[in-house]
Design a protein around this ligand. Structure first.
Ligand code: TMP
Length: 216
């Protein structure tokens, strides 16, 4: 099926946005989708964990602050359960219709958080990710890079707390370093944007990258 899926995927364009907490990627996802719509593209804006009714139920389980006893393996599999549903119910149908799909987080989040953050073996995570996605990868990934202190500070400003945000600063530092390693290994797919800049400048940089990739 993997080959068939890859062939189908060629119709649409698949973008994932990644980064630690507080980088502004959710705002950037919205700005990018508005820009693409202005340019005449059909766009689906979605997020992980979530994007579907089932996915959102799994999201609640994953992020609930009472679920501190969740094992790392249960966490890894739940993110991927939500992802499998997201892919089959939303992402693949949209790509098959030739749409641009923008997802706020995808498989690199799992490598960064569960792999580099929690310390689960990276190869194991990649193979579980592959099972959930049937090997499908984004055409383009934008990594919003920001130092951890600034990110967590920005998040405090919007008063958002979930289970992963209860983790200490060292965890988030490992996640950020992990993201940078992931990007280093896949420079073709992953482009890094400095998220410490103003949101207008960040939006402009994102648009330059996306336009260049869509024209290619
Ligand atoms: P959000 O705050 O960007 O909506 O993401 C929810 C949290 O889930 C965030 O702390 C990152 C985390 N996460 C993982 O740990 N692994 C994953 O695979 C995904 C998609 C998210």
């Amino acid at each position: 099926t993997s080959k068939l899926m890859t062939a189908k995927l060629k119709k649409g364009f698949f973008i994932s946005l990644e980064g630690i907490e507080g980088t502004g990627k959710t705002t950037q996802a919205r700005l990018l989708s508005e820009r693409l719509i202005e340019e005449g593209y059909e766009v689906i804006l979605t997020q992980e964990p979530g994007g579907t009714v089932i996915g959102n139920r799994i999201r609640e389980i994953l992020l609930h602050v009472d679920h501190r006893e969740m094992s790392y393996m249960a966490e890894l599999l739940l993110y991927n359960a939500a992802r499998a549903q997201h892919l089959s119910e939303k992402i693949l149908p949209a790509l098959n219709q030739g749409k641009v799909v923008i997802t706020d987080r995808f498989t690199d989040s799992t490598v960064a958080y569960q792999g580099y953050g929690r310390g689960i073996d990276i190869q194991l995570i990649m193979s579980i990710n592959d099972i959930a996605t049937e090997g499908i990868k984004p055409h383009l990934t934008i990594l919003f890079d920001l130092d951890v202190e600034t990110g967590l500070q920005r998040n405090k400003g919007i008063n958002k707390v979930d289970r992963l945000e209860l983790e200490d600063i060292e965890f988030h530092k490992k996640v950020r370093e992990g993201y940078l390693k992931i990007a280093e290994a896949e420079t073709g797919r992953i482009k890094i944007v400095d998220a410490s800049l103003s949101f207008e400048i960040v939006a402009q940089k994102v648009w330059e990258i996306v336009r260049w990739r869509l024209e290619k």
